[in-house]
Design a protein around this ligand. Structure first.
Ligand code: GLA
Length: 734
C-alpha cells in the first residue's frame, strides 16, 4: 500500500472510530473529499463534498453543513423527490432504510466504502457504494439492491445516486444535439422547477442529450476558474438525470437508468446493481473538471487509455459502399505514402446471398462478398502488410436487415412486439437483434470471434449501431418480464463486450453509432474511442468537439480530415483548416486520396508527420479550453499541455470572417510560469513565418498576454480565403 493511500484509508478509519465523528465515512481523492454520516441504525447522510479540508475544518464540519439523506427512498416522506421507490411483495409501497454496517476496503488505486442499508421491517437491502480513486479526482457511486422477501419486489425507481448541491448562482453545463450535430454545449442557470435530461433510444444514448453534466457553483461558468462539480453516468442505455430546484436551499441531483417503461421485478436474493455515477470536484473551472474526467478515463475507464492511437484512413466518405479489392489496395497505398498507420474498410464488404450494395440488406451476414473481394480478407491483410500498415474492418453486429440470411434463419431473434408488425429502420429493412437472448449474445460474440480467429492480424474494429429500439417487445423475455427489455439489452451487450475483451484484450475497437450515438462511460471500458459525429465538416466539428471535450479525452475522439465540399454541410473549407481541426483529436482521414492533388497530399503528409510529434501531448496531455466557439467572438481556441509542462500545443480556429472584425487576443493557460517556451508553428502554409516563430517567452508572459495571432494567412493572392487557423507547438527551452 503506498503512503498516500494509507493516509486516505487511515483518515477514513479514524473518522469511523473517532469520538467526534463517530460513524462517519470519509472518502478522499488527491484533491477532493466526501464525508457521509453513517450512524448504525440511523440515516446515511451527506455531510460534505468538495475540496480537501484541514483537520480543524473537518472537525467542525457538522456544525456548519446541512445534512441530506444520501439515497432518499420513497414512502415515508412522499412529497420529496426520491432515488428509490419499490412495491414490496405484500404490496406495501414504502421503504424506511437504516444503516446496518459500513465496510471499507482497498482496491488497486482506489478505496471503496460500502454502506449497507436495511429496511426497518422488511428484509430489503441497499448497498450504497463509493469508490474513491487515489490517482484521479473521481469518486464513483452506485447501489446494489436486493431482498429476501418471499415474492419478487417491483422496482419502480432505482437511481444510481443522489447529490445535494447548495443553491447559489449555480449553472448547468450539458450536451445536447442530434445526428450530425452531436455534443453541442448548453449552459443555463438552474431555476426553480425540475430539469430532466433523459434518453429513451434503447440502443444509443448520446446523439441527443448526454448522460454527463457539470455544475458551476459560483455563477456563470468559466473555463479556468470557479468551483465545479462534474457528474457522468457510466451507462450505455436509457438514462435519466433529474435536477430538482426545490423550495429549500438545494438543487437535488439524481442520476440513473431511465425507469420509464422499465419497471424491474427483482427476485429474492437477486442483486440489482445500478450503473456507476462518476463525480468530480474541481476548483479550476470547467476545464479543470474535464481534466479530472480525462485523467480518470485514460487511467481507468477507457480501453487502452494510455496507449497512443494510430493515424488511419477510413474508407466510408471516400468510396461509401463501393468496396473492391483494387480500390482498397489503392487507398492503403495512399495512406501509407502519407505516413498513416492503419486502414479501415467501412461498410459494404459483406453478404453472400444478399450482397451489401446499399443500406437495405445483409446486416447479419458477416461473410465476405466474393464478387467485390475475390481474395477475401486475406487479400486485404496481405495488401496492408505490403504497404506496412495495419488493417481494420467495420461491423454492425447488433443489427440485421429483413433482407438477410440471418433473418431468414432467425426471425425470432429480432426485437418485435407480439401481435404487431416489425418496425423497420435504415434502408427500410433494418431491425435490432434482441440482446436479452443469450443465443443472440453468442451469435454477436461469434461474429468478432470468427473474424479474429480467422484473421488474427485484424488490428481494429469499427463497431456500429444504426438503429433505435423502436418497438417494445422481446421474443425471448417472458410476458411478465417485458419491461426488462431495455435493461436486459444493455446487460446482454455488456456481457458480449466482456467476452470479447477477455479473449481479445489488445484489439482496438471504435464505438460508432450513426456518428456520436455512443459516447458514454458505460461503454468506454470496452472501446478505445468513439466516432464523434457523422458530420466531418471542420467548422461544425469545432463546436461538437468542444462540447465533447467536456467529458471525454482527445485520445477517444476520432476526428477525420474529409473532402471539400463537405459531404454533410456542402461547405468548402480549405484543407489547412480541416487538418488543424482534425489534429486536435485522434487524427484520421476519411477521404478518397485518389481525388487529392499532389499538393494536398503533401500537406497531409506533412501534417501526419507533425501530428506524430505532438500526439503524446494531444492524446495524453491536459486540456485547457481558452475561447469558446459558443461565445461567438469570431474565434475558438484551446490547448493541451504535457503533464511535465515542458511541451504544449495551442490551437486557434477562426469561426467567423468579417472585414475589420476584431478578434480577442487569447491568453494561454496551464503552462509553468517560470519556464521559457519556444514557439513553432505547425502545418504552416504562410509565405513568411509568424513574427514569433522560434522566439521564446515565459509561461507567465504567455498566460498573461498570449500571442497576437494574425487574422489571415499570408499566402499568394489566388490562395487567399476566409478561413484561418493556427497550431502552435511550445517547447521548453532548457
Ligand atoms: C454509420 C456510421 C458511418 C458509416 C456508416 C456505414 O452511419 O456512423 O460512419 O460507418 O454507418 O453505413
Amino acid at each position: 500500500m503506498n503512503f498516500k493511500k494509507r493516509m486516505n484509508l487511515f483518515m477514513g478509519m479514524w473518522l469511523l472510530t473517532g469520538a467526534v465523528f463517530a460513524q462517519n465515512v470519509c472518502l478522499s481523492t488527491p484533491n477532493t473529499l466526501m464525508v457521509l454520516a453513517a450512524p448504525e441504525g440511523g440515516k446515511l447522510e451527506y455531510v460534505y463534498y468538495g475540496n480537501k479540508l484541514s483537520e480543524t475544518n473537518l472537525q467542525n464540519l457538522e456544525t456548519v453543513q446541512t445534512k441530506h439523506e444520501a439515497y432518499p427512498e420513497y414512502g415515508m416522506n412522499c412529497p420529496t423527490e426520491t432515488a428509490l421507490a419499490v412495491k414490496h411483495a405484500d404490496g406495501n409501497m414504502t421503504l424506511q432504510l437504516e444503516v446496518m454496517k459500513v465496510t471499507t476496503t482497498e482496491e488497486a488505486d482506489a478505496v471503496k466504502a460500502v454502506i449497507t442499508l436495511k429496511d426497518k421491517v422488511y428484509p430489503f437491502f441497499v448497498n450504497v457504494c463509493y469508490k474513491a480513486w487515489q490517482d484521479a479526482d473521481i469518486i464513483e457511486t452506485w447501489t446494489e439492491i436486493s431482498h429476501q422477501e418471499k415474492k419478487p419486489v417491483v422496482l419502480n425507481q432505482f437511481a444510481s445516486a443522489y447529490l445535494p448541491i447548495r443553491r447559489g448562482d449555480v449553472w448547468l453545463s450539458h450536451l445536447y444535439g442530434t445526428w450530425a450535430n452531436e455534443g453541442r454545449l448548453s449552459q443555463e442557470p438552474l431555476t426553480p422547477g425540475m430539469k430532466i435530461i433523459k434518453n429513451k433510444d434503447g440502443v444509443r444514448n448520446s446523439h441527443t442529450a448526454h448522460a454527463e453534466v457539470m455544475f458551476s457553483l459560483d455563477g456563470r461558468p468559466q473555463e479556468n476558474a470557479g468551483n465545479v462539480i462534474g457528474a457522468a453516468l457510466c451507462y450505455s442505455g436509457n438514462y435519466k438525470l433529474r435536477i430538482e430546484t426545490h423550495d429549500d436551499e438545494y438543487h437535488h441531483f439524481f442520476a440513473g437508468i431511465n425507469e420509464e417503461n422499465s419497471t424491474y421485478s427483482l427476485k429474492k436474493d437477486e442483486v440489482f446493481r445500478t450503473p456507476e455515477l462518476a463525480l468530480t470536484y474541481s476548483r479550476e473551472g470547467l476545464s479543470g473538471s474535464s481534466r479530472n474526467f480525462h485523467r480518470w478515463a485514460r487511467l481507468h475507464k477507457l480501453a487502452h487509455g494510455t496507449t497512443l492511437r494510430k493515424i488511419l484512413l477510413n474508407s466510408w466518405e471516400g468510396v461509401y459502399f463501393d468496396i473492391n479489392q483494387e480500390g482498397m489496395d489503392q487507398m492503403m497505398a495512399d495512406i501509407a505514402s502519407m505516413g498513416g498507420e492503419l486502414f479501415v474498410m467501412d461498410d459494404g464488404w459483406f453478404g453472400d446471398k444478399y450482397p451489401r450494395k446499399t443500406d437495405n440488406s445483409s446486416l447479419g451476414d458477416w461473410v465476405v462478398d466474393q464478387n467485390k473481394l475475390p481474395n477475401g480478407i486475406e487479400g486485404l491483410l496481405s495488401d496492408a502488410k505490403k504497404h506496412g500498415i495495419k488493417f481494420g474492418i467495420w461491423i454492425e453486429p447488433e443489427m440485421a436487415n429483413t433482407t438477410s440470411e440471418l433473418y431468414e434463419r432467425h426471425p425470432e431473434w429480432v426485437i418485435k412486439a407480439p401481435e404487431r408488425d416489425l418496425v423497420l429502420g435504415r434502408g427500410g429493412t433494418q431491425v435490432v437483434l434482441d440482446l436479452a437472448n443469450p443465443a443472440v449474445q453468442d451469435f454477436i460474440f461469434d461474429i468478432v470471434d470468427k473474424l479474429m480467429t480467422s484473421y488474427p492480424e485484424i488490428d481494429y474494429i469499427k463497431w456500429d449501431a444504426n438503429m433505435s429500439i423502436m418497438n417494445h417487445g422481446s421474443q425471448y423475455l417472458t410476458s411478465d418480464n417485458q419491461s426488462h427489455l431495455y435493461i436486459e439489452f444493455h446487460r446482454g451487450f455488456e456481457k458480449v463486450c466482456q467476452r470479447i475483451r477477455a479473449k481479445y484484450p489488445d484489439l482496438t475497437i471504435q464505438a460508432c453509432a450513426s456518428g456520436g450515438g455512443r459516447a458514454n462511460y458505460g461503454l468506454l471500458p470496452y472501446f478505445d474511442e468513439f466516432w464523434v459525429s457523422d458530420n466531418t465538416d471542420a467548422l461544425q466539428r469545432v463546436y461538437m468537439q468542444w462540447g465533447t471535450s467536456y467529458f471525454f479525452p482527445a485520445v477517444a475522439m476520432a476526428s477525420h480530415i474529409s473532402a471539400a465540399p463537405n459531404h454533410q454541410t456542402f461547405r468548402t473549407i480549405p484543407l489547412k483548416y480541416r487538418i488543424d481541426v482534425a489534429m486536435s483529436g485522434r487524427l484520421g482521414m476519411e477521404i478518397q486520396p485518389k481525388n487529392m492533388t499532389d499538393g494536398e497530399k503533401a500537406l497531409c503528409k506533412n501534417a501526419i508527420a507533425e501530428y506524430k510529434t505532438i500526439r503524446p501531448i494531444v492524446q495524453q496531455g491536459d486540456i485547457y479550453r481558452l475561447l469558446s466557439p459558443y461565445d461567438k467572438q469570431g474565434a475558438a481556441s484551446l490547448m493541451y499541455v504535457a503533464p511535465e509542462k515542458d511541451k504544449a500545443v495551442f490551437y486557434w480556429w477562426k469561426t467567423e470572417h468579417f472585414c475589420n472584425q476584431h478578434l480577442p487576443r487569447i491568453k494561454m493557460a496551464g503552462l509553468c510560469p517560470n519556464k521559457q517556451y519556444k514557439v513553432h508553428e505547425l502545418n504552416r502554409i504562410d509565405n513568411r513565418p509568424l513574427n514569433f516563430e522560434n522566439k521564446s517567452f515565459s509561461g507567465a508572459y504567455l498566460m498573461a498576454n498570449g500571442l497576437e495571432i494574425p487574422y489571415n494567412h499570408q499566402v499568394d493572392y489566388h490562395k487567399q480565403n476566409d478561413y484561418s487557423s493556427r497550431v502552435l507547438y511550445l517547447e521548453e527551452v532548457k
